[in-house]
Design a protein around this ligand. Sequence first.
Ligand SMILES: NC(=O)c1ccc[n+]([C@@H]2O[C@H](COP(=O)([O-])OP(=O)(O)OC[C@H]3O[C@@H](n4cnc5c(N)ncnc54)[C@H](OP(=O)(O)O)[C@@H]3O)[C@@H](O)[C@H]2O)c1
Length: 259
Amino acid sequence: MTNPLSPGSLTGRRALVTGSSRGIGADTVAMFAEAGARVVINYRNKEKRAQQLVEKIEAAGGEAFAVGADLTDADSVTALFDAAQERLGGLDILVMNASGGMESGMAEDYAMRLNRDAQVQLLELALPHLAEGARVVFVTSHQAHFIKTVPTMPEYEPVALSKRAGEDALRAMIPRLEAAGVEFVVVSGDMIEGTITATLLERANPGAISSRKEQAGRLYNVNEFAAEVALAAVEPVPADNTRYVGNISDFTSASATGE
Ligand SMILES: NC(=O)c1ccc[n+]([C@@H]2O[C@H](COP(=O)([O-])OP(=O)(O)OC[C@H]3O[C@@H](n4cnc5c(N)ncnc54)[C@H](OP(=O)(O)O)[C@@H]3O)[C@@H](O)[C@H]2O)c1
């Protein structure tokens, strides 16, 4: 794992990453821990994987614990933040990484429930636990961020629309966050090579990822994108509270900017 955060740079800080038992979330939370933060790993189903990550972090001298919570269930999210409060006394970094909507067998409105409603509820429930000077990072894709102006693959469209609706609803909370001394940043990236989402989209549209790669010049891998998410938690908040990762010219050369 290549970690852009310097050792010790997060000593004394407390971080929670949603959906961090695997993928981008897991690499991000591991980077925070390696930089000295005490971290909370959140999983929905993958308890074993979450515990393995806790053990790996502890073996390297870090501090971590895992809490299961389905973000669409308010009681389990309340218990998640209560656990963070009890063990760490609050949070300095919250990364809203967990996402979904392409799972089979879910209700038609599931993407909106998870990617909009549950995200707003999560931030509402997190607010009392966020310390002054805390940073909230919301992770999204260019395909979702720019969905108002740039069409995407049909299989991803419900997810894109729901993630953008979630982003808009969270942005509407910025004045309240600022009043509480909490900073907010959206990190937006292109399709990430090696993820389940990219694999599912490739399966539905053979050639989709390779042609996206050709258009973009290159695609980031999980570790590279996680490094950007980790940096978004510590570097100054960019203009419009938005950190773009990689090339966005394909998205901005359309008639509007997605805002
Ligand atoms: N994949 C891409 O190409 C790509 C590109 C740009 C941006 N992003 C963004 O990066 C973030 C992570 O993407 P990813 O591809 O790493 O995702 P992923 O592999 O699909 O992982 C999603 C994570 O969210 C958790 N999760 C799903 N539903 C949940 C729920 N109801 N409650 C709690 N946790 C839940 C999962 O937990 P369990 O494992 O326990 O089920 C998992 O840890 C997302 O916000 C995504 O939009 C992804």
